[in-house]
Write a protein that binds this ligand. Sequence first.
Ligand SMILES: C[S@@+](CC[C@H](N)C(=O)[O-])C[C@H]1O[C@@H](n2cnc3c(N)ncnc32)[C@H](O)[C@@H]1O
Length: 282
Amino acid sequence: MASSMRSLFSDHGRYVESFRRFLNHSTEHQCMLEFMDKKLPGIIARIGDTKSEIKILSIGGGAGEIDLQILSKVQAQYPGVCINNEVVEPSAEQIAKYKELVAKTSNLKNIKFAWHKETSSEYQSRILEKKELQKWDFIHMIQMLYYVKDVPATLKFFHSLLGTSAKMLIILVSGSSGWAKLWEKYGSRLPRDDLCLYITSSHLTQMLDNLGLKYECYDLLSTMDISDCFIDGNENGDLLWDFLTETCNFNATAPPDLKAEIAKDLQEPEFSAKKEGTDLTW
Ligand SMILES: C[S@@+](CC[C@H](N)C(=O)[O-])C[C@H]1O[C@@H](n2cnc3c(N)ncnc32)[C@H](O)[C@@H]1O
């Protein structure tokens, strides 16, 4: 690996921007919303039974779009019950966006929000130190476990915070997705600086089995338009490359042979499908 390559997560501003571009060029959030409509009500059906307040912990809640959908489903399930929604999110920029979204969203009556600008492990250390092990009714970790250093320890700790009838929801890329194939094949040549683990749902289920935790799996089908990745000098394409490879300025810093190999693979049917003549979907 060339020494100038570094993890995308080492530059928070660029990370957030490339994540935004990814969201704009993928069905990521649409398929999550569909999941929240169709499956979440069943999953949370009993989390608030006999409780005067429902406590929700969002780990890596980002700008809050998905969190607010989750909250609307909990409100629908338990009309009028107070909800305490706490968010553990290390990016100040994401927290600011989350607060803006809350400020302009109606129907959030009965919901108390609190944001903690910290990582999951900082949160863990803080509450262990304070001996404040309060229980939660719903904990979610949506597309964030890649950035945690010790995933099994994190799972074990947050699972221990679940109260009676509580549930935990984790979303990660599928072990059979294009992402998984890309990371399996090229992960060892991409930045390995501890900031991003190329983990997928297959690793996760293995860890849950090792911990002896019970779980259910659901498949969400998300696609990404990667056409801009094949236009030289396209800013959007550059940012999408960064997000795909979790590498900061991939196009400027990756060895040419690595970029050529990945670019070739991305156009193979095993990794992507052509739609409407020119678009490549992931
Ligand atoms: C891919 S984004 C997902 C955001 C949101 N959950 C969504 O799906 O729209 C990952 C988020 O996790 C946050 N994050 C990264 N490392 C984290 C950590 N160690 N603990 C908590 N959050 C983290 C990032 O700042 C970012 O907002």
